[in-house]
Design a protein around this ligand. Structure first.
Ligand code: ADP
Length: 430
């Protein structure tokens, strides 16, 4: 129904009723009594209206303080509508609060830094990632000019020139940051920061890896190609030289094969497509096989002992064999003839560990932290002579990482080394 009618019809009816009642009083008791009667009713109505007006005023001063009265006459509708408005308002406020909390949480978790500035670059808000990236503290720096907080000439040029189409790369506090300003809402700008240090490091590692791998493959390939050219140029080569060349070519081809196999193993270990397949590993059998392989490689030049004093564990037998095998063969390869190699599987204070202990050439302290890097070798020629690819310890490290373990190395140059593959005791089951 038309709201005007809803308001006016009852009001007019009510006034009509008063007038009708006054008319009846007039007829029964005369004009003066009727006027007095009408006056009393009108004054009563006025007092009622004023009372509701007062209540409304009080409520408007502090809407949360109390409940709205039910009201009378037109007030019923006014209060009902106000009540609905308040309920909708509360609901909207709750929704907004919830959204704000979600937004805050999302901003807290965001790895990218976000800072909001006004049109003259005064900081209004920023998330924890932006605090970390830019060395800001929201509480302290709010309301300060961003160019005073990030005193980096390139950044200052960037914001002053306003060339925001392109992001800017900055080196801030030893990290590589990519920052970009995005204007919004006319009078505000967002500063987004991305920490590219890690992705840069990975990219550099990839580049190095490709360069190293190509270099490693090029040497044996050059040898093979060289001999093939000799054979082509001189078909009458005597049988002895020919056999010697073929032998050398085979060695180089095998070296390439080992390299490619190790590279493939590494890439499999790093790939998400090959998740760790855990099975019960018979460690006694595994260590025995590893010791036998080491003996075969040593060919009687070393004394090789093994001891199994720990339980079986859950893990990938194939990967663990490759890791333990690499440690055992390294012990053989870097121990002069006559040395002793001890392989052991035992319980540590809170882990299970495979130890490969040798009385070999040892390693200088300065190299130890870098040994698990791909292609890192202390002595290149010794590594190659003993058929090393430079990837063995990188494979060990990855296998252990996949099993939640780690590699530790103790060594004394000239005396020997102990390589310890430590695996969490939790991998033990049954
Ligand atoms: P490589 O194929 O060259 O042996 P690894 O990754 O297995 O590659 O080992 C990296 C380097 O660590 C080796 O080149 C060698 O210098 C050193 N190393 C590994 N094991 C031993 C060991 N038991 N004794 C001395 N040096 C070792």
């Amino acid at each position: 129904m038309n709201p005007r009618l809803v308001f006016w019809v009852p009001a007019v009816l009510r006034l009509g009723l008063v007038a009708g009642a006054a008319g009846i009083v007039w007829w029964m008791a005369g004009a003066v009594t009727a006027l007095a009667f009408a006056l009393v009713i009108v004054v009563t109505l006025l007092v009622v209206q004023l009372n509701y007006l007062h209540k409304l005023g009080e409520w408007l001063n502090d809407p949360k303080s109390g409940k709205l009265p039910d009201g009378w006459g037109a007030w019923t509708d006014v209060f009902a509508r106000l009540y609905r408005l308040r309920r909708d308002d509360e609901r909207n406020r709750d929704d907004l609060t919830e959204w704000l909390a979600r937004f805050r949480q999302a901003m807290h978790l965001l790895p990218e830094g976000v800072a909001i500035m006004d049109d003259v670059l005064f900081l209004e808000w920023c998330n924890p990632a932006a605090e970390r990236h830019l060395g800001l503290t929201l509480e302290r720096d709010k309301g300060r000019r961003v160019t005073n907080l990030i005193r980096h000439p390139e950044f200052i040029d960037y914001v002053i020139l306003g060339r925001y189409e392109q992001p800017l790369t900055l080196a801030i506090r030893g990290r590589k940051l990519v920052v970009q300003v995005i204007p919004f809402e006319n009078r505000r700008q967002i500063l987004v920061t991305h920490d590219a240090t890690e992705s840069d490091r990975i990219e550099a590692m990839r580049r190095d890896f490709i360069a190293n791998a190509s270099h490693e493959l090029r040497t044996p390939l050059t040898v093979v190609v060289g001999f093939l050219e000799i054979a082509l140029a001189d078909p009458g080569l005597d049988a002895e030289t020919r056999t010697a060349h073929l032998k050398l070519m085979t060695e180089q081809a095998q070296r390439m094969q080992r390299l490619i196999e190790d590279m493939l193993t590494l890439s499999r270990l790093e790939s998400d497509e090959y998740p760790l397949k855990r099975e019960r590993v018979d460690v006694h059998k595994l260590v025995e096989q590893v010791a036998n392989d080491a003996r075969a490689l040593s060919n009687g030049r070393h004394q090789i002992e093994f001891e199994v004093d720990g339980p079986d564990l859950m893990g990938s037998a194939e990967e663990l064999r490759s890791a333990f095998g690499n440690l055992a063969t390294n012990a053989v390869r870097y121990t002069p003839a006559g040395g002793t190699i001890r392989l052991a599987w035992r319980r540590g204070p809170d882990d299970l560990r495979f130890e490969a202990c040798d009385t070999g050439i040892g390693i200088d302290e300065q190299h130890i932290s870098r040994l698990t890097e791909r292609f890192y070798r202390v002595d290149k020629s010794r590594s190659r002579e003993t058929q090393g690819t430079g990837l063995g310890l990188a494979i060990v490290k990855h296998v252990l990482l996949r099993h939640g373990g780690k590699l530790s190395i103790r060594s004394t140059p000239g005396k020997g080394s102990v390589f310890t593959a430590s695996l969490p005791n939790t991998s033990l089951q049954g």
